[in-house]
Ligand binder design. Structure first.
Ligand SMILES: [Mn+2]
Length: 160
């Protein structure tokens, strides 16, 4: 199963649209918050199963702030991240994920892509698809492949 992960579109869907094209075929779509209207675009143009969560800038949407679910034997925890001090690192997030028994942890908020995979846990921030803050400031997204042998392949991509 191939999963497209994006975050922090803030209502600008230009690069989101490009990422969807660039990603090719995928089976599942995840948005990690700060939609600010992008939920309408996603509901219309993303036809795969999908989950979206609210970020700290999503005041009036009826969308949960966090999600926890199972896919292909993996336990996912997705959160925008602003409750876990993610600007200082991923330690609080890792603790919370361990409590919840999650092996795939996804967050946004910082607008800076981040990926680590160790001790059986993937912690991933796809970066912002519209307002990147990392060096070079190119919008990024992530792909996660859940392999049949149980391994998790994750990758970060710049939008072309
Ligand atoms: Mn944001």
């Amino acid at each position: 199963m191939k999963i497209l992960v994006v975050s922090d579109s803030h209502g600008n869907n230009l690069y989101l649209n490009r990422a969807i094209e660039q990603a090719g075929e995928f089976d599942y779509f995840l948005h990690l918050g700060d939609l600010e209207g992008s939920e309408h675009f996603i509901e219309t143009f993303v036809t795969t199963p999908k989950k979206m969560i609210a970020g700290n800038n999503d005041y009036y949407v009826d969308i949960e702030g966090e999600a926890e679910f199972d896919l292909d034997g993996h336990h996912f925890f997705m959160t925008h991240g602003h409750y876990y001090y993610v600007y200082t690192g991923v330690e609080y997030l890792r603790e919370e994920a361990q409590k919840r028994g999650a092996d795939i942890v996804l967050y946004g908020h910082t607008h800076v892509p981040y990926m680590e995979q160790k001790e059986g846990m993937l912690i991933l921030n796809p970066g912002s698809i519209s307002l990147p803050r990392q060096k070079g400031r190119i919008p990024t997204y992530a792909l996660i492949e859940l392999m049949e042998n149980g391994t998790v392949k994750a990758s970060l991509h710049e939008v072309e």
